[in-house]
Design a protein around this ligand. Structure first.
Ligand code: NAG
Length: 287
């Protein structure tokens, strides 16, 4: 009886119950990994492999620690439907961890699948992998110097987000936020040192650091007061522009549904949405 249970449990995908890790198939792989400006980590594994079993808890931990800066996914190469996918990526040993990076978005349409991939060869621990991934997040946050503040906060057709910080580098989470709003919000960060504080104060009231301020199209300032978490900040930013990615976006809804097993691909999701909005409209008509 015990033996049977053991065999059955091995057949299961490793990460079905891990909120931050998407188990991918050929139907969802391209949608999740390529149709985003976020960096992705994919573990190709086989449930019977000892190194994979050892790595599992580290991978779950890594995803918990940094799913706010990159996407985490896995492909079970033991499933017949995934064999082709694992061959395509020339997976020879388990686990193989690939990190995918999108091309830098320059405002122009880029060729499909312009992503680069590299094999993670570092230590298979949560902390080392997390560190590696944080260094692979594309940066769209511009550094703003004291002399650029006036032009950064001027009236413009696109709202801007400014991070005032005491640090000289930007957090990966803030980089990820800039990716969520790529094309609809411009992001900048300003290192407020004692030397330039009075110069900064001429333009923006600095209370405490770090501080996030949105400068709307009309030049008005809106200070963020909530917790320092990607989704909370994205919700706030959502009142100035629409997110293209991240939990508050349409893509975020798709990913959540994918995780729950509601859809197998983005196409499925779109189809079900089209059906829903029809019935939603119908409900309204009846009111
Ligand atoms: C990156 O973001 C831009 C702007 O939102 C979008 O047009 C483009 O399709 C995105 N690239 C990918 C690979 O999703």
């Amino acid at each position: 009886m015990l033996v049977v249970f053991f065999l059955v449990s091995l057949a299961y995908a490793f990460y079905d119950n891990s909120k931050n890790i998407y188990e991918l198939t050929p139907k969802s792989f391209d949608d999740v990994i390529y149709k985003t400006n976020h960096t992705s980590v994919v573990e190709f594994y086989a449930p019977w492999c000892g190194y994979c079993q050892q790595f599992k808890s580290h991978y779950i931990k890594a995803a918990q620690a940094s799913s706010d800066v990159a996407q985490y996914a896995a492909v079970n190469c033991d499933l017949p439907e995934n064999k082709k996918l694992c061959n395509e990526y020339r997976i020879e040993g388990f686990p193989t961890i690939l990190v995918f990076r999108p091309p830098k978005w320059t405002g122009k349409i880029t060729k499909k699948n312009g992503h680069s991939s590299e094999i993670y060869r570092g230590e298979r621990t949560a902390s080392k992998l997390t560190e590696f991934v944080k260094g692979r997040v594309k940066n769209y946050v511009k550094r703003v110097n004291a002399r650029d503040i006036a032009s950064f906060v001027a009236v413009k057709d696109k709202p801007r987000v400014l991070l005032l910080t005491s640090k000289t580098s930007i957090s990966p989470m803030f980089k990820a936020l800039a990716i969520d709003f790529l094309g609809s919000l411009d992001f900048g960060y300003l290192t407020v040192t004692d030397e330039i504080k009075s110069e900064v104060q001429k333009h923006i009231e600095v209370e405490s650091l770090p501080q996030i301020v949105v400068i709307d199209r009309d030049g008005s300032f809106h200070k963020y007061e909530g917790p320092t978490a990607r989704t909370a900040i994205a919700k706030f930013l959502g009142s100035f522009a629409e997110a293209e990615d991240g939990e508050t976006s349409e893509r975020g809804t798709f990913l959540k549904g994918l995780k729950k097993g509601l859809y197998k691909s983005y196409r499925d999701f779109k189809k079900s949405r089209a059906g829903k909005s029809k019935s939603a409209k119908h409900d309204k008509d009846e009111l």
